[in-house]
Design a protein around this ligand. Structure first.
Ligand SMILES: *Cc1c(COP(=O)(O)O)cnc(C)c1O
Length: 219
């Protein structure tokens, strides 16, 4: 799909970038069309909708991603079924994801959502709180820290998102050198329909693309 094309343009192998098809608000029929075309990673932003779709597509080999904010009262349920949780921004939620994963006998790959622009309407951990979250994540066996995620401010020109993507990559590189982190911050989840090409050029390893695949959402 198009994510692969821009990876090539950025001089990297297409396999380095995981395309997460964000299917929120679209029916499973639309997901099956993408699945039949070879798409295997799907993203949802609400736990309830994700769990319903997981139940309906249980015979398919799908990597499920929760890309939206996770409330702590839904964390255990999410951890029992979902493979990747992109938007961890607090220690309490992280601990509950870990407990849910351990109780279900599985591991969940988690990413810390970083709030760079400090917009009042956005979730995410401010930069100064991220090292404490990383520390809290390192000893956990159910929730496995794999990277960081960004939802930058909305811009009209995708080029205006570039400084945010670059900043996240630089911060990630700093955090990756903290004691004990080792190779555990490999994933950079950034870039959506309108700006994923720029995100890939700035080092994204996962792009979360909805409308460019499924069309405009009505709600
Ligand atoms: C909806 C959503 C996306 C996909 O957005 P599009 O503009 O449709 O590509 C990506 N990430 C998150 C967190 C979302 O909520």
């Amino acid at each position: 799909m198009t994510g692969g094309v821009s990876a090539l343009r950025a001089g990297r192998r297409a396999g380095d970038v995981r395309l997460v098809a964000v299917s929120k608000s679209f029916p499973v029929e639309a997901m099956l069309e993408a699945y039949d075309a070879g798409q295997r990673d799907f993203g949802e932003n609400r736990v309830q909708e994700a769990l319903q779709k997981i139940a309906r597509l249980s015979d398919k080999e799908i990597g499920w991603h929760l890309v939206g904010h996770l409330q702590s009262n839904k964390a255990k349920k999410a951890a029992a079924r979902i493979g990747w949780i992109h938007a961890i921004d607090d220690v309490e939620v992280l601990r509950r994801v870990d407990e849910g994963a351990v109780a279900a006998g599985r591991t969940v790959d988690v990413l810390i959502q970083v709030d760079l622009a400090l917009e009042p309407t956005k979730h995410g951990a401010p930069v100064e709180r991220v090292p404490a979250l990383i520390d809290a994540a390192l000893p956990l066996s159910g929730a496995r820290l794999v990277g960081v995620m960004l939802l930058p401010p909305l811009v009209n020109d995708p080029e205006d998102a570039r400084p945010w993507f670059r900043r996240l990559r630089e911060l990630r590189d700093d955090w990756a050198r903290l004691d004990g982190v080792g190779g555990r911050l490999v994933q950079l989840s950034m870039g959506m329909s309108q700006d994923f090409e720029v995100a890939v050029e700035e080092g994204a390893t996962m792009v979360r693309v909805g409308s460019a695949i499924f069309g405009e959402r009505s709600a």
